[in-house]
Design a protein around this ligand. Structure first.
Ligand code: TRP
Length: 333
């Protein structure tokens, strides 16, 4: 029997190349070898966007189209919406008893994100919400509701997988061995940086989106950061500090030439950027054509979301009935 994969993303914006090369491309490759479940984690998105439900709602559809355009195939994999599976919320409540508040405060991922979002934390913790602090518990419910065994994620997510494993062990110890301890599967690609050399992120406006137009791609790449020590067009440069080169590596089949010419001072940055624009547009073309098809057929997207969610729900219901039995809360069975 194929092993079960579970992963997901928060619908807080359209997906960019960081999501694609860091996760999606990997998920697409895993679809034949594993039984894959891919979540649109809207409940998790609401933990820090609870005051902007329109944003989350809109992006559930955008992320769904980005999944499909990237090659997640609904015939092979199950794609579902987190908030439509009430069993996840139910499990989260029961798991909450198995985690201390102190442990959540020590979770490195929660810590980093609280800092990024400028949420007060720890001793000044008045402004962090219960929901945000507790989202690792809800993520443990996401994983175990579908008996997820292999969790393909970036390294920033490792503390969340570890937190899930702890909850699983504690649950199994108290209520009986029914949950599986998941394992992280790190994606091959290292995190790709934004065009300005910072972490790729929506708020820094340094990302290329899967759905960007040719004009947007051109504008963004022409403004990318190159080797600051290269002043004149024929100065030799160091490709390893150049953002343009780091993208060329992902999409340009003639990467050896790019590298050699750059080091030898035989390649101006403007020409190099133009070449990257062309390669990037070519690379994204099949993804964008697929996305356009789904944009023009919203009813097909609806059907895929509805069917995937129904399939996922029936799986979660089976799990929940076992959990209730073992926790002695199956009163009417
Ligand atoms: N926390 C993940 C992110 O921010 C999204 C996510 C939600 C997830 N549930 C998950 C990842 C379960 C793996 C498994 O990208």
């Amino acid at each position: 029997m194929k092993k079960r994969i579970l992963s997901g993303m928060r619908p807080t914006g359209r997906l960019h190349l960081g999501h694609y090369f860091g996760a999606l491309q990997n998920w697409v490759r895993l679809q034949d070898e594993y039984d894959c479940y891919f979540e649109i984690a809207d409940v998790q998105a609401l933990t820090d966007n609870y005051d902007n439900p329109e944003k989350v709602q809109k992006n559930v559809r955008e992320v769904m189209m980005d999944y499909l355009a990237s090659g997640i195939d609904p015939k092979k994999s199950t794609i579902f919406i987190q908030s439509m599976i009430p069993e996840i919320a139910e499990l989260t409540v029961f798991y909450s008893n198995l985690v201390t508040v102190a442990r959540l405060y020590r979770n490195p991922t929660v810590k980093t994100e609280a800092k990024q979002k400028k949420v007060l934390f720890g001793n000044d913790g008045e402004s962090i919400t219960y929901g945000f602090l507790g989202y690792p518990v809800s993520q443990a419910a996401d994983i175990t509701a579908f008996c997820g065994e292999v969790i393909p994620v970036g390294d920033d997510q490792l503390p969340l997988i570890e937190q899930c494993r702890e909850i699983v062990r504690k649950f199994n110890h108290i209520y009986g061995e029914i949950l599986k301890e998941p394992e992280a599967l790190l994606s091959e690609n290292t995190r790709i940086k934004g065009l300005d050399g910072n972490k790729m992120s929506k708020s820094l406006n340094n990302a290329i989106y899967l759905s960007d137009t040719e004009e947007e791609i051109l504008k963004k790449i022409m403004g990318a950061v190159t080797d600051p020590n290269k002043i004149k067009k024929d100065d030799p440069a160091n490709p390893d500090v150049c953002m343009v080169y780091s993208y060329q590596k992902l999409v340009n089949p003639n990467i050896e030439t790019v590298c050699a010419e750059c080091k030898a001072g035989k390649r101006g940055c403007v020409a190099c950027k133009k070449e990257l624009v062309k390669c990037m547009i070519d690379y994204l073309k099949p993804i964008q054509e697929k996305r356009k098809y789904y944009e023009e057929h919203p009813e097909i997207v609806d059907d895929i979301m509805r069917e995937g969610t129904a399939q996922a729900r029936s799986e979660a219901q089976k799990m929940m009935s076992e959990v209730r039995k073992h926790m002695l809360i199956n009163y009417f069975d």
